[in-house]
Design a protein around this ligand. Structure first.
Ligand SMILES: O=C(O)CCC(=O)C(=O)O
Length: 207
């Protein structure tokens, strides 16, 4: 399928590519890669059928609920750990394989795993980090898919402290490659607005 063949019309739901020209990063945002109908169905199916878990994190010595639900799916021989949490993958389901196919078409590589985050409302969030776990290798390619409410993806350079805000919209894929994870951190901050739910899937290649 050629997702970008129709460049004649600037319809807001047409696929669109945005190249972010940031130092020490290789970042491309593909908007509207999933149609509104596909996004709406997938968002609801994932809410209903993914085996969501509520993990805890330690903050100042106290165990508290992570401010979001998570799940880890993929090739079942690939274990993954982050923030001290070991995740054993659950085998792919049909929806995840459909989404993975579309991301692989865009990224032009194959992925072994996907980490899912379910932000139930504006109070759910994810703190500053880089996707730089050793299992991901030297310059990981991360394909990040969003369904549901738009949320701001904030980035900050680890040395220059430069900051960028990227709105991640329904049906988009953000591709991060090259040295991005070495030099930049990212987060999804809380919002005081009344926000609907959002699901994010980061496709990864575990070595
Ligand atoms: O929800 C997002 O867009 C970010 C997810 C993320 O940073 C991660 O899974 O490591």
């Amino acid at each position: 399928m050629d997702l970008f063949s129709n460049t004649e019309f600037d319809n807001s739901s047409d696929p669109k590519i945005i190249h972010y020209d940031l130092p020490d990063a290789d970042m491309i945002l593909f908007e509207n890669i999933f149609s509104n109908k596909e996004s709406q169905n997938l968002h609801q199916n994932l809410i209903d059928h993914i085996q969501w878990r509520q993990d805890k994190i330690k903050i100042f010595g106290k165990l508290i609920d992570q401010p979001r639900l998570t799940a880890f799916y993929g090739d079942t021989d690939k274990e993954y750990s982050y923030s001290g949490i070991v995740m054993k993958p659950i085998d792919w389901n049909e929806d995840l394989l459909f989404i993975k196919n579309r991301v692989e078409e865009i990224a032009k590589i194959n992925f072994t795993s996907v980490l899912l985050n379910y932000y139930r409302d504006g109070k759910d969030s994810m703190g500053w980090h880089s996707d730089d776990e050793k299992e991901l290798g030297q310059n990981p390619v991360i394909g990040s898919v969003s369904f549901g409410e738009s949320r701001v993806f904030q980035m900050r350079h680890k040395i220059r402290k430069e900051r960028v805000d990227i709105p991640l919209t329904n049906g988009s894929i953000l591709l991060m490659r090259g040295a991005t994870q070495h030099f930049w951190q990212h987060q999804i901050p809380k919002s005081s607005k009344q926000l609907q739910s959002r699901i994010n899937l980061t496709f990864r290649n575990i070595q």
